[in-house]
Design a protein around this ligand. Structure first.
Ligand SMILES: [Zn+2]
Length: 447
């Protein structure tokens, strides 16, 4: 066996919703091959030459999956807070985004993804719309994830609304050619470390032709497509004014495959829209923290789950949340659904935990989010000596409702430790901080 084989032993573990005592995971080539009692796993001949990682006094959980993010927005954190959306978009977003070059995008991604890793996120989906008619920015973002050792899905945007700065916009032909080029160059079906999906921005950011092109590119490439829908109430009104249809039927009327779609937000879906999404087999990326931060509204996740729609969790961008933790989104999801229904039993910790782990993998169609043979070895170690995990009650409840990010000590992606003893192993935080300072100075000092 090569050093590509690793065995991780922890005092406790959450394995497919079951809290276990001492547990070992054996992985080869980044994939889990065996899970079980340490004695049995360590007796496996394949474990003899494996690297050994001991997580004493720690619990092992699967790495969390961030199904929706915009990494560049981490640089804008704090700038437009508490402003009306359209004011914030003009003053912060549209002013800053044309000034970022590929190096600035790389800095933003190192910052966003580095902070996410420290919060136990091992897979991020970056919905990427500052493409400047090319792939240099998206490539820099992917390379930043690679440098940190993080798993990334780059959902490459298709955008042609002419009200946005030029850096957002492409023609349909440009978007198609650039998507195909990026997909060919990066999409990894061996270790699944980089995925490239298509992402027509929204009904307001992408014309019907652009939405069709994005969905068609995704179908050709065998990947899902993402679209923001019904985030704020005005988007429903705009859809009705333009098409006489609400967002989900309006998009379905374009002849695209909704069953291959990952719809983002859906705060204002009515019952018929939720039923249509379920009937067609679409999925949802849900961002409760961002929806609350912006005052968007409340997606009926309880109803969507009851209808069988797979729901994953996203943090959304760093300037509309402003946190980067999926563990935090699990808690926020539970609290928001409970208050929306004024029912403390509206949803359980276990259901929200699944959305941030196993369902995240299912929605992004990656073998991640579970500690099970055949899945990638993405693991997070939680310090059982941290008071936020006391007393030793059902682990899932404490992880969702009580856990402090302080308890996250180690993070493994594809069998490699990328956070050890609360530090990034590949890039130092000091380097990222210096880069962020330099970029921020250039962003706001320019005329
Ligand atoms: Zn978004």
């Amino acid at each position: 066996m090569t050093s590509d084989t690793v065995v991780v032993v922890a005092d406790r573990a959450l394995v497919d919703g079951v809290a276990r005592g001492p547990t070992a995971v054996l992985a080869a080539g980044g994939a889990i091959v065996r899970v079980g009692d340490p004695d049995a796993v360590l007796a496996d001949p394949a474990a003899a030459a494996a690297r050994r990682v001991d997580w004493l006094h720690r619990a092992m959980i699967p790495g969390t999956v961030n199904a929706h993010n915009h990494s560049f927005q981490s640089l804008l954190r704090g700038i437009g807070d508490d402003l009306p959306f359209l004011v914030w978009r003009e003053r912060a977003l549209y002013r800053a985004s044309p000034r970022l070059d590929a190096d600035g995008m790389a800095t933003a991604a190192l910052f966003a993804f580095g902070e996410m890793l420290l919060h136990g996120v091992t897979t991020v989906c970056d919905f990427y719309y500052l493409n400047a008619q090319g792939n240099a920015h998206a490539s820099a973002t992917i390379e930043a994830a690679r440098a940190l050792g993080m798993r990334i899905v780059l959902a490459r945007c298709f955008y042609d609304w002419d009200g946005a700065p030029a850096v957002y916009r492409e023609t349909v032909d440009q978007a198609v050619a650039n998507f195909q080029d990026l997909h060919r160059r990066y999409h990894d079906t061996e270790r699944f470390l980089v995925g490239v999906h298509a992402a027509p921005h929204s009904q307001h950011g992408a014309s019907p032709d652009m939405i069709r092109a994005g969905a068609a590119c995704a179908a050709d490439a065998g990947v899902p497509w993402h679209i923001h829908l019904a985030e704020e109430k005005w988007q429903v009104e705009q859809s009705l004014a333009r098409t006489a249809l609400r967002p989900v039927p309006a998009v379905a009327s374009l002849g695209v495959d909704l069953g291959n779609a990952i719809v983002v937000h859906g705060c204002w879906f009515d019952e018929a829209e939720r039923a249509l999404l379920a009937e067609r087999g679409g999925a949802l990326a849900y961002c409760p923290g961002s929806n609350m931060f912006l005052g968007d509204g409340i997606t009926d996740v309880v109803d969507l789950r009851a209808r069988g729609v797979p729901v994953a969790l996203g943090t959304d961008g760093g300037c509309s949340n402003n946190r980067v933790s999926v563990l935090d989104e699990m808690r926020t999801c539970a609290l928001l659904q409970k208050v929306a229904r004024t029912d403390g039993q509206a949803i359980t910790a276990e259901a929200c935990y699944a959305m941030g782990t196993a369902l995240g993998g299912e929605v992004l169609r990656l073998p991640v989010g579970r500690i099970a043979p055949g899945y990638r070895c993405d693991l997070v170690a939680l310090d059982l000596d941290d008071p936020s995990l006391w007393p030793e009650q059902p682990l899932e409840k404490n992880v969702v409702y009580a856990l402090s990010s302080r308890a996250i000590t180690d993070v493994m992606v594809d069998g490699e430790l990328v956070v050890a003893d609360r530090r990034l192993t590949r890039v130092t935080l000091a380097e990222i901080q210096q880069r962020v300072r330099t970029v921020i100075a250039s962003l706001w000092d320019a005329p």
